[in-house]
Design a protein around this ligand. Sequence first.
Ligand code: ATP
Length: 651
Amino acid sequence: NPAKNKYHPIDDASWEKDQRVPYLALAKTLEAIEATSSRLKNMEILANFFRSVLILSPDDLRLSVYLCLNKLAPAYEGVELGVAETNVMKAIAQATGRSLDKIKSDAAAAGDLGIVAESSRSTQKTLFQPQPLTVQAVFNKLKEVAGMTGSASHAKKISMITSLLVACKYSEARYLARSLLGKLRIGLAEQSLLQAIAQACFLTPPEQDRSEWPPKKLDCGKKCSAETLKAKFEEEAYKVKSAFCECPNYDILVKALLEVGTDGLREKCKLTPGIPPRPMLAQPTKGVADVLERFDGIKFTCEYKYDGERAQIHLLEDGSINIYSRNQENNTSKYPDIISRFSKCIKGDVKSCILDTEAVAWDIEKEQILPFQVLSTRKRKDADEAEIKVQVCIFAFDLIYLNGESLIKKPLIERRELLREHFQAVTGEFVFATSVDTDSMEEVQEFLEESVKGNCEGLMVKTLDAKASYELAKRSQKWLKLKKDYLDSGGDSLDLVVIGGFNGRGKRTGTYGGFLLACYDPDEEVYQTICKLGTGFSDEQLLKHTESLKPHIIPNPKSYYRFNTQLTPDHWFDAVEVWEVKCADLSLSPVHTAAEGMADPQRGISLRFPRFMRLRDDKKIEDATTASQVADMYKSQEVVKNSTNNKKGID
Ligand code: ATP
């Protein structure tokens, strides 16, 4: 068999039971994912890798999961990878004996330092074959690098990275370099990874449950049809995803999976103070009438929508207090003032809790809310309470955990009662969100106007009694936002990802004159183009964006970008920035691919007269407006135009 003699690098990636996972096996998996655009195929590739890990080296599953996501710890631990590009270049130069200038020019031409690292290593002749890298060794080294701070650590970091690069084979150098730069560029979303873990654990249960094959749960055995198997995968994925929603920590999740499998996760991965879940988010609406239509026959409450920063306040059993952002960053050291006065706000017997609140800048003298811009002048980390100039008032609107018990399944009316029963307001420091329970259109309208006068963004309208649980990590139909600017400009803004740039002409020569923007489809895990944007920028902003996007130019569009070749930009960018964009309205488009098939079988949706508003550096790429949101926005305006019924179901 001639194929047998044909060497394939994957041969080097195999390993034996109880050995550590070779880093090459992971690199080869990432390489296969990068080369494949089908989401299902990618999940299968990843699940197969995890199955091998489960059978041969289960202790490495946790580290393998982290490296696939390019993380070293949960977000709230603040362990940041992301070494300066020049330092990675220096390490590549040292490891491969090539000049730094050559590495720089190759990187500029390739648009990807990972590829340069890989090709520089592969053309290098080496006398000695270093020990193969393992996932464990790479993870530990990366953690060490991430933990080093201060300018004196640069040289040490470079030498550690050099030593890793020297041991790299094939595509290992590509993924190592990209990991260090903070972006793997494989288009793998966390939801797919969770599904792949579920699939792997289902087909290859923990060792203690593996005595029979096929596993008992797979009672259809060999005759299992593709549909049945798919349904079972979905079932398993649901268990893993819901566990991760409540307890977003891979250390705990993977340990639990290995101990009890997917069936036991519910018991082991629960909402826990100190582990911040992703919060519930709201759907936009177009006006009071829209709200009343959507909540027709359902009891709801209206609350002021405060314009500050979300603050999830956790009180742990040991008395410590942590504060987390909307994106699970640990903001505890930003708010020593909130922490020192928190005990004053507790009324009843509270040993542990998780409060959902908005931290808002507060004018002590005038006793009123200050704009968000004032809050953003506060120091972001390690604030010294004595030096704080901007007072913050907490507006508490939800309680999702109390004294050892998760409250997320309870309706808002009960959660709110518990909130008011166990906490007390202290003017200018900690108060409850102003609310009114009404279904009168006039009252809602009046309340909205009041909220705007009180320096708020508008209202949050929430189901109160029926269908009123707290939905973690979801932009839920149970919460609607009614913002004052929707009323002025006829719609919510969209948060879009910049994926391409068109060179400017005339006055704009030398900068980009326009950009290609995309929304995100989490089901397919692809970015779909939605508009070309060239309005709303000052010359200064254009220059700034041109500079900030330059390092992210890539030679070719990614396999997970969906676009029409009629609209090919001069430069493609890696998906790194989210921009807020407003438009006159949305229309069907023969060239854009956003929400293709959702509103029209063939056409996508595009924005008419899009206008740049601002950079949303508080949002991650996956937080961009989704394809289904775009379709909803399009449909709701059509419905408004045609005055047809716009009632939406609530799960
Ligand atoms: P935006 O673009 O409006 O900031 P977002 O995507 O960050 O939106 P949304 O779901 O649109 O989040 O709006 C909810 C946000 O409004 C919450 O994340 C929270 O920070 C803030 N907020 C202010 N007041 C309330 C309230 N009473 N209830 C819930 N959230 C509130």
